[in-house]
Write a protein that binds this ligand. Structure first.
Ligand SMILES: [Zn+2]
Length: 186
């Protein structure tokens, strides 16, 4: 799965630029479909209109849907050299919504004829890639052990769990928040 080169694929951003070059009055309208449980997953629909008149008439050129499920757990990857298991945050750990929105736009533009080189967008290839290969590893993340100590007072949806510090070997309770430890206190 690591055989393809991401640089050969067009990004959604590049696809959007091509679209707006061709249709200066074009509009891309994106909507979150699952408003009841957006913290579990994101389902977006994107609609492409070629101009204001089409938008007013509700005549979209194409639509595109995308679904991304939130990763609630850190992923692990084996270090190439040491064989040690390391934790990392997948794209969908923190940015499932943004990632999904961009995918929907990429698919809508594809359906509107902006597939260009007849390849999937780079974003779609990245999605495929992250299904079974490694992302940036967090070398300094201590190993969590299973002992839990209840919800974080600041982030009630998060559970503080016991980690062992790589440096000191001492246990501490925390959860990961935006790539950093939250210890449940300010
Ligand atoms: Zn917290």
């Amino acid at each position: 799965m690591s055989k393809f080169n991401l640089n050969e694929y067009e990004t959604v951003k590049q696809r959007k630029e091509r679209f707006y070059n061709d249709h200066a009055d074009g509009r891309i309208v994106v909507e979150l479909c699952n408003t009841l449980n957006p913290l579990d997953y994101a389902l977006f629909v994107a609609k492409v209109y070629l101009n204001k008149g089409d938008q007013e008439k509700g005549l979209c050129k194409a639509t595109g849907y995308a679904l991304e499920v939130r990763d609630t757990e850190l992923k692990t990857t084996k270090d190439k050299y040491t064989g040690e298991l390391k934790e990392y945050e997948s794209v969908n750990y923190s940015s499932w919504t943004e990632n999904c929105e961009e995918s929907a736009v990429g698919r809508a533009l594809d359906n509107a004829g902006y597939s260009g080189n007849k390849k999937p967008s780079r974003d779609e290839m990245e999605k495929a890639q992250r299904m079974n290969t490694t992302m940036r590893a967090k070398n300094t993340t201590p190993k969590p052990v299973s002992k839990l100590s209840g919800a974080c007072p600041i982030h009630p949806n998060e559970t503080l769990r016991e980690y062992i510090s790589n440096k000191t070997g001492n246990p501490f309770f925390a959860h990961i928040n935006n790539g950093k430890y939250c210890f449940g206190k300010n």
